[in-house]
Write a protein that binds this ligand. Structure first.
Ligand SMILES: [Zn+2]
Length: 404
């Protein structure tokens, strides 16, 4: 395994991590204020701060406000000194970015993954994309701290292997091993929704929360679970596969072979399937005219658009999906008891109709008033949620609090 680079390795003592976190969260901040917040002695803070300044991870900024005497020098994260590569490997496309330590993306490429791609070709495709991104950025290898990957499907995060990527039809892709060999920098791999949850913790609506769940509703339905500010991964890599939570034993057949899974009522493709069936059965909808002769082209996006324009069938389909989603989320609330649920993915763009039906369903079913009022928010990271999550996998390691 490729570890973090020299100056970062030696920096990972408890007090240094603590100070680094305070500077990240509260900077620009003075040495005196750090000493006050950490209860470390001013000389101890001074020593650690000098080490951090030497490593270039922090820098001194313009002077702060003085309470009378000499103005204190303020410290902040030197966000433009070190960079991270983040990859989002989805069903059809690969997105690769270079971000600074504050999660600001300054280079991005998006490529369509060729259909029926084989495992070896996919690995080459990913390597090529990272090479192109690096070349376009003009950064030296020393400035790049690592590569984080959010991969759809089931991921063995310990060994960085994509165990099953259902939408590519591939198994056992050794992403970490291949990319560490190629680029000689640490590579960390997580399931895409787990990565997304880490992104929310570092840069989004999960910032400052201890326990929350991030749910992605798109082609499938998945959850990333954060407990005590850490990713909950489970014992064999399938924690968060809520799309296959049974909601209705007599429900439609799911892609996994079971009946009535949550995603067979709420994912974009299932929503489209349900609407098409109703149109074929003779229900009125503006979509039957728009897609006349080509009903199979109806997708989640078209349904959201039609609903916005008042199409009764689309509106009722979205409300129905919202109700089912609410049932699934209530089950999650009763299992994990998060303080907030963050919704992302395509269906999150469906707007108030789906969201209100979902909230209503939760209010009807949750056991206590507190549980009924669990905060539900839409992700603000939008389409970059996974790729920022991938970036945060490396950040999380750089800033990890470890004694040593
Ligand atoms: Zn299923």
């Amino acid at each position: 395994m490729v570890g973090l680079k020299g100056s970062f390795q030696s920096m990972r003592s408890l007090n240094r991590s603590l100070i680094l976190h305070i500077i990240r969260q509260n900077g620009p901040i003075s040495r005196a204020e750090i000493a006050r917040q950490t209860r470390l002695s001013p000389p101890a803070v001074g020593n650690i701060v000098s080490g951090l300044l030497d490593s270039s991870l922090i820098c001194e900024s313009k002077q702060g406000v003085s309470s009378g005497g000499r103005k204190p020098v303020m410290l902040m994260i030197n966000s433009r000194q070190f960079f991270i590569i983040g990859l989002d490997i989805g069903s059809f496309q690969l997105k690769a970015v270079i971000s600074d330590l504050n999660g600001s993306i300054f280079k991005k490429i998006t490529r369509r993954i060729p259909q029926n791609i084989e495992k070896e070709q996919l690995i080459l495709f990913i390597k090529d994309s990272v090479h192109d991104l690096k070349e376009a950025s003009d950064l030296t290898d020393e400035a790049i701290m690592g590569i984080g990957i959010g991969m759809h499907g089931v991921v063995d995060w310990e060994n960085g292997i994509s165990l099953f990527a259902p939408n590519l039809g591939l198994r056992d892709i050794p992403l970490k091993e291949e990319l560490e060999l190629e680029f000689q920098m640490p590579v960390r791999v997580e399931n895409d929704v787990s990565a997304q949850a880490m992104g929310e913790l570092w840069f989004g609506n999960g910032s400052g929360l201890d326990t929350f769940v991030c749910i992605n509703v798109g082609r499938g339905v998945g959850a990333g679970v954060i407990v005590d500010r850490k990713l909950h991964r489970g014992s064999s890599f399938i924690s968060g596969e809520i799309g296959h939570m049974a909601i209705d034993l007599k429900g439609p057949k799911c892609t996994c072979g079971s009946h009535g899974c949550l995603q067979s009522f709420t994912s974009g493709p299932s929503l489209a399937e349900a609407v098409k069936r109703k149109i074929i059965l003779g229900n009125q909808s503006s979509l039957s005219e728009e897609f006349s002769g080509n009903l199979s082209a109806i997708d989640g996006e078209a349904i959201c658009r039609a609903a916005e324009n008042g199409d009764v069938l689309s509106r009722s389909a979205l409300r129905q999906a919202g109700r089912y989603l609410g049932i699934g989320i209530t089950n999650l609330i009763h299992t994990i008891n998060p303080s907030r649920i963050i919704i992302g993915g395509g269906v999150a763009n469906a707007g108030g109709l789906l969201l209100n039906a979902m909230k209503e369903s939760i209010r009807q079913r949750a056991l206590t008033n507190h549980a009924k009022e669990t905060e539900i928010e839409l992700s603000q990271l939008g389409g970059d949620a996974t790729v920022l999550g991938a970036v945060s996998l490396i950040l999380d390691e750089m800033f990890a609090v470890q004694d040593g």
